[in-house]
Design a protein around this ligand. Structure first.
Ligand code: ADP
Ligand code: ADP
Length: 226
């Protein structure tokens, strides 16, 4: 778990437009922070800069007590979950969950333990030997989350992870995400354009507009003072 701090963060893809414009945000240790706003407001860009997938034009980002501006994504001790799952189609669920840990040289018994714990937490135990093609969309998204969980990172970064699911599944996945966060307490930054998702998931919600921070507060306070 770690605090994430954005200090005067700027992203300019071109000279005219700043996708993120002087963003200041402190995400507390263990907090679930949702970045919300209309398409194009800079949510993904902000998240991708925290992840190290996008260079930062100005300002400073730190994770824990380290400034990460110049750190590669793999050195940031974060795990990212995308909307398109990014599972390996030729591997079983179990292999998908284990793969990242194998690459890092985690000892086999430790891998087994973490994979089994994550599968149990996500209700995937009976699907461990299946390949992604034989899973539903919701199950695939659980595997994608499982891959993040087994890493035991300092923070989870999630970019619209539920947007490919139908409405009913989104509701049940929201509940699962809440439970997971209560249980693991890992600092989470979650991007969505869906206000309901923002209000039900966030400890706090950060509203962005044209790259700028418009409001940041608890769902209750945002609801009372829109
Ligand atoms: P959101 O996630 O809120 O939909 P983005 O962060 O994807 O917004 O985009 C913010 C702004 O930056 C938009 O105007 C978008 O067109 C622009 N943008 C995003 N990625 C790039 C890129 N790789 N090159 C140029 N402009 C980009
Ligand atoms: P999202 O809103 O989920 O980021 P998009 O379709 O807007 O999805 O963007 C898909 C990819 O294209 C992202 O990697 C984003 O950075 C990039 N992108 C978005 N807008 C632009 C743009 N104006 N020019 C170049 N790349 C862009």
């Amino acid at each position: 778990m770690a605090k994430i701090t954005l200090s005067h963060v700027v992203k300019a893809y071109t000279n005219e437009v700043k996708a993120v414009d002087d963003l200041n945000l402190e995400i507390q240790d263990g907090e679930f922070m949702v970045l919300v706003g209309p398409s194009g407001c800079g949510k993904s860009t902000a998240l991708r800069m925290i992840a190290g997938l996008e260079d930062i034009t100005g300002g400073e980002i730190s994770i824990g007590d380290r400034v990460v501006n110049n750190l590669a994504p793999k050195d940031r001790d974060i795990a990212m979950v995308f909307q398109n799952y990014a599972l390996y189609p030729h591997m079983t669920v179990e292999q998908n969950l284990a793969f990242g840990l194998q690459l890092r040289g985690t000892p086999k018994p430790e891998i087994k333990k973490r994979v089994n714990d994550a599968a149990k937490m996500l209700g995937l135990e009976q699907f461990l030997k299946r390949k992604p093609a034989a899973l539903s969309g919701g199950q695939r998204q659980r595997v994608a989350m499982g891959r993040a969980i087994v890493r035991e990172p300092q923070a989870f970064l999630m970019d619209e992870p539920l947007s490919n699911l139908d409405a009913k599944l989104r509701v049940s996945m929201r509940a699962s995400l809440n439970q997971l966060h209560d249980r693991l307490g890992v600092t989470t930054v979650y991007v969505t354009h869906d206000q309901i998702e923002a209000m039900t998931l966030g400890d706090r919600v950060c509203v962005l507009r044209e790259g700028k921070l418009q409001q940041v507060d608890t769902p209750q306070n945002l609801f009372d003072n829109p």
